[in-house]
Design a protein around this ligand. Structure first.
Ligand SMILES: O=C(O)CCC(=O)C(=O)O
Ligand SMILES: [Fe+2]
Length: 314
């Protein structure tokens, strides 16, 4: 038996093991949104942005989508077109990826963010006839066995051209699979699809099994996928290359910092001669050997600092 998708996450505790993707409203406190993500591995937040923002994003990106080629593997999708570099190519995409809800959810979900960073930006167009993408965990791009409960990565998907439906390839998710470690087989009853309206967003952790889905409709399914990771990991999409420097220098400092032009502690991400990496675009920050002494130091130099306990909790 499959439970219908619930609105408001009011499932009684005793049936929490049933596969389910909760919908919550955009006004839900971020702590509650994060609690559901930690519990289920994913959540849908309804009606976060106006469709007009998505119209603008589509208009800015359609030429790139039209020129995109298909993937060459089952994971990239042989009837799926992917276009990246959104931070440099679309101001509407920048509005989505820096939306205050996104920022706060990421801060609540990612473990030891040490300079939350943009990891990947993509428009994924699943054309009619595409088959299911294999279920996978996004965090497996890094060869490290993160323990259950440790979340180095969190992604989101915004329906772009149409609502997401079972028919047109709404993202598949295996709720709860973020707690059970590596797996290679799944029962159909465990898998749910992220049916949602345009303007809503699906969040999922790097640890939960999920995938794109078969498109059995007559219309392409376009979705905007954005991922954030802890700032001490290598980005999936290299933002220094994905966004040409002549465009990057015009972007807000705040976004540039999230793209990786940041030094989130004493020792990660220095520019030349231990200068601030944002100095490449902002000469006033380009001073060599001027570490920000207010930043946390994650090395236990003195022997009395636990590197995994943020200073605020020590
Ligand atoms: O297209 C989707 O719905 C999900 C895609 C995905 O999970 C991925 O490419 O990593
Ligand atoms: Fe994925």
């Amino acid at each position: 038996m499959r439970l219908p998708t619930t609105h408001g996450c009011v499932l009684p505790r005793k049936v929490l093991f049933m596969p389910n993707l909760c919908h919550v409203s955009a006004g839900t406190p971020v702590e509650e949104i994060a609690r559901v993500i930690h519990r289920d591995g994913a959540v849908i937040v309804d009606d976060v942005v106006e469709p007009a923002l998505l119209d603008r994003l589509r208009a800015e990106m359609q030429p790139f989508i039209d020129a995109a080629s298909y993937g060459n593997s089952t994971i990239s999708g042989r009837a799926t077109r992917r276009i990246g570099g959104l931070a440099g190519r679309s101001s509407a995409a920048r509005d989505l990826m820096t939306h205050s809800l996104v920022r706060t959810v990421m801060q609540h979900v990612i473990t030891h963010p040490v300079g939350l960073q943009l990891s990947n930006t993509e428009i994924i167009t699943i054309d009619p006839g595409e088959v299911h993408q294999p279920l996978h965990r996004d965090q497996d791009i890094w060869p490290f066995p993160f323990p259950p409960g440790y979340e180095p990565l969190c992604s989101m998907m915004w329906p772009l051209n149409t609502d997401f439906t079972i028919q047109n390839g709404a993202t598949r998710v295996v709720p709860g699979s973020h707690k059970t470690g590596f797996r290679s087989s799944f029962r159909d009853e465990e898998i749910v699809q992220a049916e949602m309206t345009r303007g809503s967003v699906l969040f999922w952790t790097g640890s939960v099994y999920h995938s794109g889905a078969a498109n059995k409709s007559a219309t392409p399914r376009q979705g905007v996928m954005v991922s954030y990771s802890a700032g001490w990991l290598r980005q999936e999409e290299n933002q220094y290359l994905a966004v040409p420097h002549e465009i990057a220098r015009e972007l807000d400092d705040d976004l540039l910092r999230m793209m990786g032009y940041e030094r989130p502690n004493h020792s990660i991400g220095n520019g030349i001669d231990r200068s601030h990496p944002l100095g490449i675009f902002r000469p006033e920050l380009a001073k060599p050997n001027q570490n920000d002494r207010s930043l946390p130091n994650y090395f236990p130099y003195a022997g009395d600092v636990d590197p995994l306990v943020p200073a605020s909790q020590a």
